[in-house]
Design a protein around this ligand. Structure first.
Ligand code: 26V
Length: 810
């Protein structure tokens, strides 16, 4: 283990301050202190950060367009087990570590669940000690910064790199590779009769790797997240220059070329549900896939791994369909550069690749126009065409003339390349991210594929890095747990179960309540400081934090708030335990309805928070710019976890797991991983409501229920819906009309009104439970005790055993 004594640390810190900034510690700004601290830590780990060790063990490469890693300082200190020494050392230098932790920028290189899951997986791969690495894009601008102006969302660029350099990264110019776009690709007959592949007049783009260390928990294992930046190719790659366009052209051409290359890693697409078929997005996808694969092949060669043995040494994971091009790119390398036959190359490729599906929303499925792909990636398109041709041949041999089925399943159809189909065909494993989601994939969305190759399909219920989401963000609770059951749970979260011994221990339950209260005070301070709203830490903190999307039904939550407001106005004696409703959510910039819902929540907040008749019994807070760092403040303070998606629509959810682990009680539909949560904690220890999966699927088959009938037949429903359009909510304006239309004119696609009463009823029972603080704290502790299953260490072990490693490979 790396050991850093306080003395050694202080010495290193002071001298690093001089070498970087030529000044003594006393003169340094917080940002400078932060940067120096990062350098000192990087120096300490330098010897142990050795790369992939592919000669000795099999390596996993996790390809993802998004890695939402969050701040690294605290997590690195924790995993290196040096937090105490460094905190004390800094204190002696007059520096408060917590303040420095807060100055770190939060790299927003992801949209939400999928990107955060990738980050938790990196943490777990390092912590269980496998050689598992991430490949992604070093976006200059991450997910936009959200501001509210008159209650509406406004997006500002997320300039996380500020002065150009992220202190945790190391650039490795000697590992740069060239990615080729456009040009002409064709087969040419050689004198001996064999075919050569020619790709000429292409546009070369340089992929520059920036490495971030991923430190395992107390285990010496340091892996790498390698993010690629796109740059112009300005060195003498003579081989490349021979073939490439734009190397000797005009000044204008040079500018165009510069723009063409640099644009690729400029900005993360802020949309996580609506696939738009943009050329730049396809460029991004091929850019990092090709760079990553060339890098892997280079590593293998350096370590004398024969290409035939690739599946024994390398597992490549495709995180949703965005890195699908891994499949044809590996085929290209094996066919064109390594001289394999098609069948050999295909066998190697499918044994290396595995794929995770993260959504069944039809609008998120990637389908690229053939013409676009042909022009941008001529050689890759030829290979996809051949994969499709052979697939059709295979399907025909099996299903004969059932062209309905064949056309439905094939990869290229109607002038589009369907990425999910390519992934399924080109991988040996296809997994969903929670039980229900996987069942829906097998029996509904992908049923033809499942019936055809059932052995490929499996479930891997998501998980979360408990080190970040409990040990770091909720130290007080973490210390209490250790005091009660020892610290074995930190490396084996199934031991959290031992907390059940204390479920009837009044003293322990009081401490659980006290810790929650302390966390609520901290959050209340943050809310006051940032948004000027006073909230009462004695009220119930009811939290819904996730991307804004119609299917996630923030609207149901706010309609319930309006319902309570009416009840209070109707009857000043209305019995209600004071509640603070806390929202955090970003809407995709082009998602109109989602933005209207943001405006609605903010307008309702304004109305209710300032109405003296409410007497502070209800407060509504929409926390601006929700992201990883803000989640770390909200989650430990939550009493209630709102997981209220339309059943079948949320593939898994991971916020639900974080909140449960921190002792929040879940209000949920039986959707995604809420099902597994209920299996672990018991239905009696959560609040379940709403249509179940069969009912939703049934309704969807027959066009839904009639929201108009329900609206006209129920006074209370009509009242809250009418609030959207009758001026009851000041400032809402036309945004209310769009929401009204989604519910009434367009027949409430997400069953908001259909589930309304069921939700209200569940909310009433929740309030009753809160009256009994002992019982509430008991259930809160029970939630933590039963949350061990949701550590991503468990998830990663399952990926290792069932997908990435065969017997003897670990
Ligand atoms: C989709 C698209 C569509 C095209 C434009 C860019 C873009 C970017 C991201 C995505 C991913 C959407 C899928 C996703 O994030 N799914 C979430 O994955 C979580 C981790 O498995 C899971 O917990 C959530 O339930 C699921 O919604």
């Amino acid at each position: 283990m790396i050991t850093i004594s306080k003395k050694k640390f202080k010495h290193a810190f002071k001298s690093k301050m001089y070498s970087l900034y030529a000044q003594p510690v006393e003169e340094a700004s917080k940002d400078e202190i932060f940067r120096v601290l990062c350098c000192v830590i990087k120096d300490f780990i330098a010897k142990e950060w050795v790369g992939t060790r592919i000669d000795k063990e099999k390596a996993v490469f996790y390809f993802s367009m998004e890695f939402l890693i969050g701040r690294q300082l605290q997590s690195n200190l924790l995993n290196l087990d040096v937090e105490h020494e460094i905190e004390e050392g800094l204190k002696e230098l007059g520096i408060d570590l917590n303040e420095i932790i807060e100055t770190e920028p939060d790299p927003g290189l992801g949209n939400g669940g999928l990107g955060r899951l990738a980050a938790c997986f990196l943490d777990s791969m390092a912590s269980v000690g496998i050689s598992g690495h991430g490949y992604g894009i070093r976006y200059k601008y991450g997910l936009f910064e959200q501001k509210f102006v008159n209650g509406s969302q406004v997006e500002l660029p997320d300039n996380w790199l500020k002065n150009g350099q992220y202190p945790w990264e190391t650039v490795r110019p000697n590992r740069a590779v060239v990615v080729k776009f456009e040009g002409d690709a064709y087969l040419k007959q050689r004198a001996d009769g064999n075919l050569d592949v020619v790709h000429e007049n292409y546009i070369p783009v340089m992929a520059m790797p920036y490495d971030i260390p991923i430190i395992g928990y107390e285990n010496h294992c340091i892996n790498t997240l390698r993010l690629w930046k796109s740059e112009i190719l300005n060195r003498d790659f003579s081989e490349v220059n021979k073939n490439a366009k734009n190397q000797n052209g005009s000044y204008e051409d040079a500018l165009k070329y510069k723009y063409y290359t640099e644009e690729i890693s400029q900005v993360l697409y802020p949309n996580d549900s609506n696939y738009a078929g943009r050329l730049l997005r396809l460029k991004q996808e091929y850019f990092f896939v090709s760079a990553g694969l060339q890098d892997i092949i280079r590593k293998c060669k350096k370590n004398k791994v024969s290409m035939r043995d690739l599946p024994k040494k390398v597992a490549i994971h495709i995180n949703d369909t965005h890195p699908t091009l891994c499949i044809p790119e590996l085929m290209r390398i094996l066919l064109d550069e390594e001289g394999f036959s098609w069948d050999e190359a295909w066998d190697i490729t499918t044994r290396v690749m595995s794929y995770t599906n993260h959504t069944i929303l039809a609008e998120a499925l990637e389908k690229w126009p053939v013409e676009m792909m042909k022009k941008l990636l001529p050689r890759i398109y030829m290979i996809i065409e051949e994969i499709d041709r052979r697939y059709v041949e295979y399907l025909q041999s099996k299903y004969h003339d059932d062209w309905g089925k064949i056309n439905y399943m094939r990869i290229i159809n109607n002038g589009e390349v369907r990425m999910a189909h390519l992934c399924i065909r080109g991988s040996h494993s296809v997994n969903g991210v929670a039980k229900l989601h996987t069942e829906i994939l097998k029996h509904e969305e992908l049923k033809d594929f499942y019936n055809d190759e059932p052995y490929k399909f499996n479930n891997k219920t998501n998980g979360i890095a408990h080190r970040r989401w409990l040990m770091s963000c909720n130290k007080e609770l973490s210390d209490l747990i250790t005091e009660l059951i020892g610290d074995g749970w930190k490396k084996d979260t199934s031991k959290l179960k031992d907390l059940e011994k204390y479920l009837d221990n009044k003293k322990v339950l009081d401490r659980v309540g006290e810790i929650k209260y302390n966390n609520k005070v901290k959050l209340a301070d943050y809310i006051y400081e940032k948004q000027g709203i006073k909230v009462d830490p004695n009220s119930i903190f009811d939290v819904q934090i996730k991307r804004l999307h119609a299917y996630k039904r923030q609207l149901l939550n706010v309609l319930h708030i309006l319902y309570l407001y009416h009840e209070i106005l109707d009857n000043p004696e209305f019995e209600i335990i004071p509640r603070t409703f806390i929202f955090g959510a970003k809407a995709a910039p082009g998602y109109y309805l989602a933005k209207c819902i943001i405006k609605l929540i903010n307008s309702v907040a304004d109305l209710i928070n300032n109405d003296p008749r409410v007497k502070d019994k209800v407060k509504v807070v929409f926390i601006e710019n929700y992201g990883v760092s803000i989640a770390e403040k909200i989650i430990p303070a939550a009493n209630v976890s709102e997981q209220i998606s339309t059943t079948t629509k949320e593939a898994s959810g991971t916020g639900n797991m974080k909140l449960m682990m921190n002792g929040a009680i879940t209000m949920a539909t039986m959707d995604g991983a809420n099902v597994e949560i209920s299996e672990r904690v018991g239905k009696e220890n959560m609040f379940i409501f709403g249509l179940n999966a069969e009912q939703v699927l049934e309704y969807n088959k027959c066009g839904g229920y009639s929201s108009k009938d329900l609206y006209h037949s129920d006074r209370k429903i009509k009242r809250v819906v009418d609030d959207l359009i009758n001026g009851f909510i000041p400032g809402l304006g036309k945004d209310g009309i769009a929401i009204y239309d989604s519910l009434i004119t367009y027949n409430d696609e997400y069953f908001v009104l259909r589930d309304f009463y069921s939700y209200i009823k569940a909310q009433k029972s929740l309030q009753e439970l809160y009256r009994n603080q002992d019982l509430w704290n008991k259930i809160s502790l029970k939630n933590t005790a039963c949350s061990g299953f949701f550590s991503s260490d468990r998830t990663i072990e399952e990926y290792i055993n069932d997908i990435w490693f065969k017997e003897g490979e670990r």
